[in-house]
Design a protein. Sequence first.
Length: 431
Amino acid sequence: MSSPLIGPPVAKAKSLSCPNCGGPVEMRGFAHTLSVVCPGCLSVLDATTPEFKILQKFHGKQRFQPKIPLGSRGKIGEIVYEAIGFQVRESGSGEDAFGWEEYLLFNPYKGFRYLSEFQGHWNFIRPLSALPIETRSGMKPAVQMLGRTYVGFDLMTAKSSFVLGEFPWQVRVGDMVKVQDYVSPPQMLSSEKTQGEVTWSLGEYIAGAQLWQAFRLPGAPPPAGGVFANQPSPFAGKVRSSWRTWLVLNILLIAIAILLTAFSSSRTVFQQDYTFEPRAKTEAAFVTPTFEITGHTSNVELYIRTDLLNSWAYFNFALINEESGHAFDFGREISYYTEGGETEGKPVDTVTIPSVPSGRYYLRVEPEMDPKGTRMNYRLAVRRDVPHYTFFWLAALLLLIPPILTSIRATSFEASRWRESDYAPSTDGGD
């Protein structure tokens, strides 16, 4: 005879009555619960006594509705937790006052966990039994735990302004603790200090959409505003990756440039020295001897070197095909001035004529100068199939845009994070 299948025990809530209003009060944390809040009158009750002794009556002016209803169950990781407690905490005063919500989660086999929410940013928190080691990170305080450094973010006094549900400690409205947060996104290490005790907890940033799905909540979670202390940067890892990609692409550009240089002939097909006298009465224009340009259709570079000093010259050129008469006309101005260690211009210049077919060519040259200038000596050199690297420099500059933009956006994100910190960088230029 087979025995019936026995499943895991089902945890059932214990229901009692509130001594203040008589309303039903459920306890889901069992013996772990030390205080419970009546959902009707919001009185805080001592759960360690059979008669539910009243610890505190509610005198607040505002009731808060938990975004995750108490009693809701959700699976975070592989563990199902039930929301059993809720409190609103506040810090600061006046215009600097702000508040956040905390949820107590319970699993009868794993114990307590917490959720905190501030402006749509959520953290899943677990208590710690080990203590971190104090250290420094630059000018900021820091702690180390399990080989990870957490940098000090803020130090505040937190006051409980609203409580609901049940808690494994005797909670009261008005309870105050010293809270210090240390961050290493996406994690946050926090300490809570009372008069006689310090407790540590480790939080990890979790998306609101993930919680809404886990607890099967209707609608959408509140949108996240701003940048939270341990919010993971959307640019994490992207900055280094973008610069690595830039480096790889630049190496490829350099390799292509080297190949271009190796396969370019860059041979000189004509070279000659000349002299020009600006006050001479003779005709300035002349033609060079014919020279042969061979090989496939490619560029031709004309190199001009002068001995100009504090003067200028202008050249009218024409590269003319001897057989067809087709001419490539162009002009170049060269100037070079120096005074008191300052210089302007340069005495040399180059010009490139693209796509010149092979054939026999000559240059027609017509120089001009400042009539007050002295005699100019200059050299003309014609080179065939000369590699140029303007494209590569332009490509390298364009490739800089993505990593620079990514770095700027990552820096801006981190600046927004630390702007809310007690250890924000000074912007007044002071020490």
